[in-house]
Write a protein that binds this ligand. Sequence first.
Ligand SMILES: Cc1cc2nc3c(=O)[nH]c(=O)nc-3n(C[C@H](O)[C@H](O)[C@H](O)COP(=O)(O)OP(=O)(O)OC[C@H]3O[C@@H](n4cnc5c(N)ncnc54)[C@H](O)[C@@H]3O)c2cc1C
Length: 372
Amino acid sequence: MEVREFRAGVGAWIDEVGEALVPAIEDQSVDAQLHHQRRVQRLLFDAGWMRWGWPTRLGGLGGSPILRAVLGEELTGRALVHTTSWSMHEVLGPAVAEFGRPELVEEIFPRLLRGEEFWCQGFSEPDAGSDLGSMRTSARPRGADWVINGEKLWTSWAHHATRCVVLARTGGPGSRGISAFLVDMDTPGVKASPLETMAGVDEFCSTSFVDVEVPAQRLLGELDAGWRVAQFILSCERGPIFWQRGAWLAHHLRLLLDAARDGASASALGEAYQLLWAFRATSKNTQDRIAAGDLPGPEASVDKIMIAAADQAVFDAARELLRGGMEIDDTAGSRAWRREWAYSRAATIYGGTSEIQKDIVASRLLGLPRSA
Ligand SMILES: Cc1cc2nc3c(=O)[nH]c(=O)nc-3n(C[C@H](O)[C@H](O)[C@H](O)COP(=O)(O)OP(=O)(O)OC[C@H]3O[C@@H](n4cnc5c(N)ncnc54)[C@H](O)[C@@H]3O)c2cc1C
């Protein structure tokens, strides 16, 4: 299917289905968000739209992966799903498809696409975030299988997830001794304890693993080669999910421009507009490269720096324009803007901090020397 035909078809379908796709703004809990997303995914899957851009062996209908970016854009650009949860199947799906045992992947993938399963990413630990290579969660062999022990932190939606991609140490120190596993969240010994963000939602968790038995076939890729899986996942984070976040930001900026009167907050709105469109132009190239079969490398760190700046600029402009009401009003609209502003503060942290991305740009793209 061609992009133009796909976009027109999705748009017409959205208009036809109408209200059933619109989230209730009054309830902004993570429970409500995920419940709504599941419903939307099921409708999309049954209508076929959710399946385009994924290979047929996974329950897809084939076609370019760029169709997935377009679907995300059409949904988040109308605020029908929230970008944060919508991104998870895009972050983890391609890696599990690439590195998972084919019979397992073919069994579970259609359920992921249909919204019957939700997955989470168990990378960060209390003492290992930017320096992920120092992580300590371990996987030790028991017969042909593995036993995982350790603690992960900031695991988004772990308390709602069916499975988790867990990085665990199987070899020596550093990034070479790490393996990746797909762990069922209902395995005895897994406990996800929700943490409330400053946006007031229990979006992520501290997730502990105590003597968690994992079958050998749940290893993703080769033993001790989990770093490759991690790098693959990190590059997926710069793909369609950035494109749809850009659409989400554009939607919010449009709302602000509609609300602005007599040039109010023109400078903040202008800056946000400029940063957002500069990001979208850069990201368009990245999406085209992914569609051509390329995996984004260190260049995508530029996309990450740019989208974080645009994200914060859009919601800073909201704060300036809606000053007063946005901070204290108890209407659903003000609560939603507050939540978005608070979440945008995390844009320079999640998926690799802006400082780390600048370091990557300096050393790997510009070849600048390191200071002593
Ligand atoms: C909303 C949100 C959702 C998240 N979801 C997940 C998830 O689902 N799964 C998951 O595994 N993780 C998740 N994370 C965690 C995220 O990946 C980490 O927060 C991030 O990698 C930074 O690690 P850290 O918090 O340990 O900070 P640290 O690494 O301790 O960094 C602290 C500060 O020091 C700076 N710094 C660190 N090292 C350097 C250096 N070498 N040079 C210059 N500056 C440096 C950083 O830029 C930062 O400002 C999420 C985080 C957020 C905010």
